[in-house]
Write a protein that binds this ligand. Sequence first.
Ligand code: ADP
Length: 415
Amino acid sequence: MPRAHHNNSMNMKTPHKSMTILVINSGSSSIKYRLLELPQGRVLADGLLERIGEPASRIIHRATDDSDSFVDIKQAVAAADHHKAFKAVFEVLGEDCPVDAIGHRVVHGGDRFAGPTLIDNEVITSIRALCQIAPLHNPVNLLGIESCLSHFPGVPQVAVFDTAFHQTMPPHAYRYAIPEAWYSDYGIRRFGFHGTSHHYVARRAAEFIDKPFNTSRLITLHLGNGASATAIANGCSVDTSMGFTPLEGLVMGTRSGDLDPAIPLFIEQAGYLNNTGIDHALNKESGLKGLCGTNDLRAVLELNQAGDERAQLALDLYCYRIKKYIGAYYAALGEVDALVFTGGVGENSAQVRRVACEGLSRFGITIDEAANDKVIEDITEIGQAESQTRILVIKTDEELQIARETMTVLDKDHD
Ligand code: ADP
């Protein structure tokens, strides 16, 4: 299989001039967007159009006024499909919306894309070809690209892939021990996801601990609805917990994470579920939801507080799996400068962070309880002063990262 060239475009150069960049994150039932000015990072507008295809679809939009404060608009919109949804987003942004470039989140770049890429017809064809292995994501990402191409003709557009950061993994991390033909004929390998977030927090962590990114050894934990862990050596992803699809690895809101591959075969052979049913069960009915009925970690914590035993088991399993990955990646890296928590759970749940790190002081990982309970900053250090491995909570910002990567591609293009 051809190896992608690694576009090391995150070694950011000084940009030539200020630019207005529209970031689009087109999902299966929602569109998130942000209009921002770089390099300052000033947000001009942002919003979320949700419940596409439902009668109750609505848009929540914010724009800055002349005095730089945000003005909120919340309104119902008719968004029966993505085309109509994008029309509504463009309308609320306004006809005279100043856009110099557009950055799109694209979930799957396969092993073709190892960095942000200027979109042309050939790139669109490649993203379309990857729909087969990312049927829930790439088609709606493409709809976003096509809508923007027709609404903003001539405006350069860049694809930023969730998989790209992990293209530096060595074969012993990205290959599975399966018949070689599965890899050569069907491309079965680990790709990893959440790369934009892992990359963003990893760079911020290196800056914070005052170490060059390209010599930093980090473990980053993105714990949101989806969740993944990444081992980073010398600024490069060397292993990550999500695999061929986002199903592998940590316990998630509704995904199982790691399991014995014989289990789905058994369930099918037993006649309990067919292929589609198993796919649905493992992606939508498992994880925290499968264990205790809700995928929302806040609700799990509340149930646990109220003495619910299923919620206790769900939390135990969730945190134990994180701890196992910390241990595994510690072994993979040899030494670790910093352990980073991010994502809705990682940024907000002191309990998850505490339990996941319990008993790891021999690894040089010791949480400072008071600091852990009081996380409020964009970056907060929660390790004890003597903790050899620094422990950080960092707010992720995938939109800002996408905008920056978009700008770097254009900057390069103009050289
Ligand atoms: P997504 O992966 O959809 O972007 P997020 O990163 O927003 O998701 O994370 C959502 C998860 O974060 C949910 O499980 C939610 O319960 C959890 N979460 C958000 N705020 C808190 C909080 N204050 N305490 C615990 N968990 C929280």
